[in-house]
Design a protein around this ligand. Structure first.
Ligand code: HEM
Length: 159
């Protein structure tokens, strides 16, 4: 239930975006993939996949730009809670995440209205592995919620 429509919608967006991308950008992605496989002795393994930074960035940008759902990750409030802006959530109410406004917030994403396939690859500075890993498609954060966030963040995202 959780794996099929999400992966299908995502792959469809990816095919459309690849089809309308300039040929040289597609070529850069392909060249990086070939170089990564080459660096692993010609073997398409997990290490090689970890070096597909441009493809990873493209997929992450697809998630940011299109967002998969208008509202999701809904939760039923069982016990009264007060969130950081003072809003009281009474028991019985339902709360959910809205990815589109967050993923279009220029505070987090300058030129948010522009589809930039290499937005996240450019954020990898190479200074620190930990910092770079935070730019990857599978990293959960409060400003990228395509896979949800927290304890119930999508466990299938690595697949
Ligand atoms: C691009 C593909 C995918 C996207 C965008 C996606 C997105 C999500 C989102 C938004 C949630 C809800 C998180 C929440 O409630 O806070 C979720 C949950 C989940 N996903 Fe994915 N998903 C994807 C692929 C997959 C795959 C391939 C699998 C399994 C192989 C999977 C398994 C699950 C499971 C089991 C949950 C429930 C986790 C829980 O409630 O603790 N997902 N996913």
């Amino acid at each position: 239930m959780a794996a099929t429509h999400t992966s299908a919608i995502f792959t469809t967006h990816a095919l459309f975006e690849l089809a309308r991308m300039p040929a040289e950008d597609v070529e850069s992605i392909r060249a990086e993939i070939l170089a990564a496989i080459e660096s692993e002795g010609g073997i398409f393994n997990k290490n090689a996949v970890g070096k597909f930074h441009l493809l990873d960035s493209l997929l992450k940008e697809i998630g940011r730009f299109h967002s998969l759902f208008a509202v999701g990750s809904s939760r039923l409030v069982l016990k009264e809670a007060v969130i950081s802006n003072g809003t009281v959530l009474p028991p019985g109410s339902v709360v959910a995440l809205a990815p589109k406004p967050l993923h279009n917030n220029p505070e987090f994403y300058p030129d948010a209205h522009v589809f930039d396939p290499f937005r996240f690859a450019k954020r990898r500075t190479g200074e620190s592995v930990t910092k770079d890993v935070k730019q990857s498609f599978t990293a959960l954060s409060n400003d990228y919620i395509v896979f949800g966030v927290g304890k119930h963040g999508c466990p299938g995202r690595f697949l």
